[in-house]
Design a protein around this ligand. Structure first.
Ligand SMILES: N=C(N)NCCC[C@H](NC(=O)CCC(=O)O)C(=O)O
Length: 443
């Protein structure tokens, strides 16, 4: 038997709206708004609880330490860590805003994952994403690698691809997998927005994922070429605000749930998926929405989690915005009423993350595992009700309810963040995993 483990990012104490992501309409539109880190983290935990209550395996990925003081030291700021934070803020608040981001919460961008059934050596492979397209995200990979290794000690974790825009890699947000069931060999579908080493017309918004990066990940994971596809996302979707493919498409099992403008030539895409699926023994089912692209971006209809349920059916975890967008809600209702595996929909309040362009699918990394491999996961990070309650209590103890841009320069925030993470590593039996812990604590 095999299952899908979802690893959700626990929202960090510095969650804020700095408007850092060009091409991400929610991030730009909410620049300067006051965030509520406590509400953001509790909303994320509630999503994890929903999956636990559905009987599905759920793990948590801890936040990263912020600000990243070693990075600021490399830029010439020195003294104690507090002095580094303070002098960097005086010199350049916009720079510090980048180094305070809680963006590692969107674990769909942490790595690309291939299950052991798909890889040449029969091991689970992950490649940490370099996230080079956005400065605030390009600092995530080293800590992400460490945390992934802690959660999945037996998996092969490849370091991020070279930090070069030719190899722009945004992880699982641009990767889909289709198969008869989680345990069967699957078709791995990489979706890119740009072919870096060619003279092609550029899009208005950046195509963050390159074909060069996707192919490198496919090689590193030892994937079978016959069961791998590289598809291009349409420029139309990118320019409408679909900065990752998971804003316009999600797959699970035999089902692809997507917007008609996600790919330029839908009929060609469907044909090639059908052809590649044949030797893998399954018939793909396409649930395609023909609704305004703006409604898709605004509601995040396709940034939903499409889950295989213990009863053999599939369920959708959607943001409340879908419920409030008539065309999107009508499409969900149509799918549930139709003759296909999708049988239920759950609408969750994820407003704090959504205002930064992060829906249910952005907040989770999917890892298909055999039952044996699931037993090797670091068990304190596997959630149940008691552990979720401990994390609720942890959030309530340490998190602020309001954070403005100016608060990002507050040296007390760095200390609060470190104190909270120290406690968290104990609750999750992680030992010393952050740089500040290895250097001997907050200064
Ligand atoms: N689609 C997926 N899988 N992930 C969503 C990531 C959202 C993230 N937003 C941000 O990084 C905004 C941060 C700010 O503006 O403060 C991004 O654009 O990379």
């Amino acid at each position: 038997m095999s299952v899908e483990l979802n690893i959700d990012g626990l929202v960090g104490p510095t969650h804020n709206y700095a408007g850092l992501s060009f091409g991400n309409i929610a991030s730009s539109g909410n620049k300067g708004a006051i965030s509520n880190p406590k509400a953001a983290a509790l909303q994320g935990l509630q999503k994890m609880r929903t999956l636990v209550n559905m009987g599905l395996p759920q793990a948590v990925m801890p936040p990263h330490a912020r600000p990243l003081t070693y990075y600021l030291r490399g830029l010439g700021f020195n003294g104690t860590d507090s002095a580094v934070h303070e002098s960097a803020w005086k010199a350049n608040p916009a720079l510090v805003a980048n180094l305070m981001s809680a963006s590692p919460m969107w674990t769909a961008n942490a790595a690309t994952v291939s299950p052991s059934i798909d890889t040449a050596d029969g091991k689970v492979h992950l490649t940490a994403a370099n996230l080079v397209a956005m400065p605030h995200r390009s600092i995530e990979a080293p800590q992400t690698e460490r945390l992934l290794q802690a959660i999945l000690p037996k998996a092969v974790i490849h370091p991020a691809l070279p930090s070069n825009t030719v190899f722009g890699d945004e992880g699982a947000a641009n990767h889909n997998r289709m198969s008869q069931s989680h345990g069967d060999k699957g078709l791995e579908i990489f979706v890119y927005g740009r072919e870096a080493l060619s003279d092609e017309p550029s899009t208005k918004f950046p195509g963050r994922q390159t074909l060069e990066a996707s192919k490198a990940v496919g090689r590193l994971h030892g994937l079978d070429e016959a069961a791998t596809l590289y598809l291009r996302q349409s420029a139309k979707a990118i320019d409408a605000g679909a900065f990752h493919n998971d804003v316009v498409c999600v797959t699970n099992g035999t089902v692809m749930f997507f917007h008609k403008d996600a790919f330029d030539d839908v009929a060609a895409m469907q044909n090639v998926v059908r052809e590649k699926a044949k030797p893998l023994g399954f018939e793909p089912e396409f649930l395609m929405a023909d609704i305004p692209l703006e409604d898709t971006i605004q509601s995040y209809l396709f940034n939903s989690q499409l889950l295989s349920l213990p009863n053999g059916k599939m369920g959708l975890i959607l943001p409340k915005n879908v419920e409030n967008t008539p065309s999107a809600k009508a499409f969900v209702d149509h799918c549930i009423a139709g003759n296909n595996p999708v049988s239920e929909a759950h609408y969750l309040d994820l407003k704090q993350s959504m205002q930064n362009g992060g829906g249910p699918a952005c907040l989770r990394l999917r890892v298909p595992l055999t039952d044996e491999e699931l037993k090797q996961v670091h068990s304190p990070m596997l959630m149940d009700e008691a552990k979720l309650q401990s994390l609720d209590e942890w959030v309530n103890k340490y998190y602020r309810e309001a954070l403005s841009r100016d608060d990002l320069g507050d040296p007390a925030l760095m200390i609060e963040c470190r104190t909270a993470l120290d406690d968290l590593t104990q609750r999750l039996s992680l030992g010393s995993i952050y740089d500040f812990q290895m250097e001997g604590g907050a200064q």
